[in-house]
Write a protein that binds this ligand. Structure first.
Ligand code: GLU
Length: 480
């Protein structure tokens, strides 16, 4: 048997981290078993579905590297198939037209509530006579189509994550609506549980791996498989992603869509690595960094946990930093150029080696790509604001003399190399009779307006090559 799995997002919003994580598990499972991964866009909710969300979902999956083998299929283009299946259920007596009005349903619900009963449809129109139907039609009632669910049925499956799961038919809310109201001759739009099952049968899906929030749909869907005479696939209900405080992850916890993570400066292999760990652990639990391909080799459903997976920003940041630190400099430079250009920095004003040198300098302190905006500001902007600590540093005794000495010497230095810069600092120490620390701190304050930062010599060289070191030193002398 070839494993066939699918991700079936509804384009009613941007690609959500929960859907993306479900896509990761499906992808890993498919690749582990040399199976097929299918993308199906569930765009039947015509009011809330939007083409830009579909695009965002497709872009997000592509960015994450979750390549699919078939699709995207669009449910909105497959309505005839669903209608035919609903008709089959009507013809076989598994489904029927129900004329109960919204007001009657409301009254039913109110009565159940008054009796402290769970709300359910009471199956009142299951066995209407032709005369009763005709009378409802004459009243102008529009029927929905309901699928029969027997109260005394027990529905059970062996979930690959949760083990044996059992439901009673009586807990499923009565006969289920599978197509919206239209008329008795023209069928209304088929609904979620129905279309999902028809598609999963048609696409020969062998394993349904989806979020735990769908677990209540599964018994209803199993009954539909049976009624349609199809083999019931395996089910895996994966744990939800929870907020750091243990609640369902929501907009209030900050970002939830993949494109927002991208905008914040996370890189795809890091984000996908982190998502893999949300509810799954590798055979070697100490191994935290791996590619999708490595995870696929190791991916077994048995190691998906039942408990909800808490979202941990620190861990994601740590993983992202590891990927950035290990990234080849040319590649990281390309990414940073994008970030810098977005921030309005003129990256064209210098040459590629300078940009790569700057990247090398900043790389070890990057957690997210966007950190490079603040960290590179002093290298791209002409004007420098001296911070309080830098000002205080410049006002210490001997600092004007030290900086004046260095500027004068610089004029004599044809090419500032790392060795020449170190030499200048040592000369200043000797000539001015000051400590090396004072020279270094003063130079940093003058050049960057800060008292902390990355390697001073490299910083100096980069600013010198850009032609802004000298003027900063002169300005600092004036302020010291
Ligand atoms: N369209 C459903 C959703 O976005 C998924 C359906 C399924 O996986 O069965 O939640």
């Amino acid at each position: 048997m070839t494993v066939r799995v699918r991700i079936a997002p509804s384009p009613t919003g941007n690609l959500h981290i929960g859907t993306a994580r479900t896509a990761v598990f499906n992808w890993l499972f498919a690749r582990h078993h040399q199976g097929q991964f299918i993308l199906r866009v569930e765009d039947t909710d015509l009011e809330r579905s939007r083409p830009e969300y579909t695009q965002n979902i497709i872009d997000g999956l592509t960015w994450l590297g979750l390549t699919w083998d078939e699709g995207p299929f669009f449910q909105s283009e497959r309505m005839d198939l669903y209608r035919r299946a609903v008709q089959t259920l009507l013809d076989k007596g598994f489904a029927y037209h129900c004329y109960t009005t919204p007001a009657e349903l409301e009254a039913m619900r109110a009565a159940q509530e008054a009796n402290h009963e769970a709300p359910r449809y009471d199956n009142r129109h299951r066995n209407l006579t032709a005369e009763q139907k005709a009378a409802f039609e004459a009243e102008g009632r529009k029927p929905v189509i309901r699928f029969k669910i027997e109260d005394d049925r027990t529905i059970s499956w062996k979930d690959l994550v949760r083990g044996q799961v059992t439901w009673q038919g009586k807990d499923l809310g009565g006969d289920m609506v599978i197509a919206r109201a239209a008329s008795s001759t023209e069928m209304g739009q088929p609904l979620y549980n129905m279309v999902v099952v028809v598609d999963d049968i048609d696409m020969q899906i062998t394993h349904i791996i989806r979020g735990e929030d769908h677990i209540g749909n599964t018994p209803k869907q199993i009954l539909l498989y049976e009624a349609l005479g199809a083999i019931v696939p395996e089910f895996s209900h994966t744990p939800l992603i929870l907020s750091p405080s243990g609640k369902k992850l929501s907009k209030r916890d900050g970002v939830t869509s993949i494109s927002e993570f991208q905008e914040m400066g996370f890189v795809a292999p890091a984000l996908v690595n982190y998502m893999t760990l949300l509810g799954w652990s590798p055979t070697d639990p100490a191994k935290e960094l791996f590619s999708l391909a490595e995870a696929a080799q190791d991916f077994e459903m048995q190691r998906v946990t039942k408990a909800g997976a808490k979202f941990d920003w620190d861990k994601l940041d740590w993983i992202n930093s590891q990927y950035l630190h290990a990234m080849p400099i040319p590649e990281l430079t390309d990414r940073l150029i994008g970030v810098w250009q977005k921030a309005g920095y003129d990256t064209e004003a210098t040459n590629r080696p300078w940009l790569e040198q700057l990247t090398t300098l900043l790389a070890p302190s990057l957690t997210r790509l966007n950190d490079a905006v603040e960290q590179a500001r002093v290298f791209f902007t002409q004007d420098l604001t001296l911070g309080e600590e830098a000002l205080a540093q410049l006002q210490q005794t001997s600092v004007p003399e030290v900086l004046t000495f260095i500027t004068a010497q610089l004029k004599e230095t044809p090419e500032l190399t790392a060795d020449a810069a170190k030499d200048l600092i040592n000369q200043a120490v000797k000539q001015q009779g000051v400590k090396k620390g004072l020279v270094m701190r003063s130079l940093r304050a003058a050049l960057t307006g800060e008292v902390h930062g990355p390697d001073l010599i490299e910083t100096w060289l980069l600013l010198h090559q850009k032609g802004i070191a000298q003027q900063r030193l002169e300005k600092a002398i004036a302020k010291s």
